[in-house]
Write a new protein. Structure first.
Length: 79
């Protein structure tokens, strides 16, 4: 499974990002941008399922400083 998004603005515009894996091994999806609403999931399959349900996902890459929250419409999922 391939999950990615492209940064659309700012100095890193055009960079490709993938789901951000936190130190505890989880990924984050959320209905809002607020940390209190973050839902941690343990697999990319669950991450993709939640994105398809309409959640946003935290994404990052080595060249983009810090993880960013991307909306469902910006995230591409290929099986």
């Amino acid at each position: 499974m391939k999950i990615f998004a492209k940064v659309s603005r700012g100095p890193q515009k055009g960079e490709i990002v993938t789901p951000h894996r936190h130190e505890d091994g989880t990924y984050v999806v959320s209905p809002t941008r607020y940390e209190k609403d973050y839902i941690r999931v343990t697999s990319l399959e669950e991450f993709a399922l939640r994105i398809r349900e309409g959640f946003k996902g935290r994404m990052s890459c080595e060249t983009v400083k810090g993880a960013r929250l991307f909306s469902r419409s910006s995230i591409h999922i290929e099986n």
